[in-house]
Design a protein around this ligand. Structure first.
Ligand SMILES: NC(=O)c1ccc[n+]([C@@H]2O[C@H](COP(=O)([O-])OP(=O)(O)OC[C@H]3O[C@@H](n4cnc5c(N)ncnc54)[C@H](OP(=O)(O)O)[C@@H]3O)[C@@H](O)[C@H]2O)c1
Length: 246
């Protein structure tokens, strides 16, 4: 499977991994649409890559997901690939943080509910087109949690589980269900505190595209493969090791 001649919607393509994907995919595909909350970031992205189509929306709300899907139906009915990439993270202490519940809701709505809702809304359009795919972006933390992210890990574990079920339920349809699990990647996500082990967005996205071209459905990037193996052989040791990383 090669990502060529498609109409691709990348949620959260105005930064980091999504932007890098957009930059590469725009070269060989018919249309690449990105979205995000910040109009400024979207305009900056379009300034750098004029071929991009941009849609401002807030996917943490049901209305935002609906608005995006309506616009896709209206203006991009050839859309055949949805990449659920947009996400947020909070590093906090669930016990002491007085806004822990608001932060949790934002993470659950953006990272889990939006991919679920967008899949439901866009499957009827995507399935009408050839080479139909939903690609969910998760993380190695779908297997094992890092203690500094009380809710983020859980959203990715839930998205991993949902993706597995969707793949089974849609096995008799023309929609491919793919998951890409990233390790730490050097993007604005880390707010200037990028972990030492982080790989570049370029390396992460190139590995993703190579593995997609080999038709892999559950794609583990970089050290996520090692984490996966360690988690299966020695889960307690793996959890300790993961949480000892700086
Ligand atoms: N970077 C890493 O170390 C790492 C590791 C594993 C997995 N991942 C996963 O990779 C994906 C991309 O991460 P990244 O590192 O590229 O992050 P990033 O640079 O922070 O980009 C996140 C994107 O999501 C958008 N976004 C956030 N909330 C949104 C909302 N409510 N509605 C619409 N768009 C929204 C942001 O735009 P606005 O802020 O303008 O809305 C931005 O375009 C995420 O799913 C993340 O979980 C990242």
């Amino acid at each position: 499977m090669t990502l060529m001649n498609n109409t691709v919607l990348i949620t959260g393509g105005s930064s980091g991994i999504g932007f890098k994907l957009a930059e590469i995919l725009v070269k060989n595909n018919n249309q690449v649409i990105i979205c995000g909350r910040s109009e400024e970031k979207l305009k900056k992205s379009k300034g750098l890559i004029p071929e991009l189509h941009i849609i401002q929306c807030d996917l943490s709300t049901k209305e935002g997901c609906l608005q995006l899907s309506e616009q896709i139906k209206k203006d991009f009915s050839s859309c055949n690939i949805l990449i659920n990439n947009a996400a947020v993270v909070h590093k906090n202490n669930f016990y002491t943080d007085i806004s822990a519940i608001e932060k949790s809701e934002l993470e659950i709505n953006t990272n889990l509910m939006a991919p679920i809702y967008l899949s439901k809304l866009l499957m009827p359009i995507i399935s009408k087109n050839e080479n139909a795919k939903i690609i969910n972006i998760t993380s190695g933390l779908a297997y094992l949690p890092r203690a500094v992210y009380p809710i983020y890990n859980a959203t990715k574990a839930a998205l991993h589980s949902f993706t597995q079920v969707l793949r089974m339920q849609l096995s008799n349809t023309n929609i491919d269900i793919i998951e890409v699990m990233f390790p730490a990647v050097d993007t604005p996500w880390h707010n200037g505190n990028t972990p030492k082990i982080a790989i570049s967005a370029d390396a992460a996205v190139n590995e993703m595209l190579v593995k997609l071209s080999k038709n892999q459905k559950e794609i583990r990037i970089g050290k996520v493969n090692l984490l996966y193996k360690l988690y299966r052989i020695a889960p307690k040791f793996a959890l300790k090791k993961l949480n000892a990383l700086s």
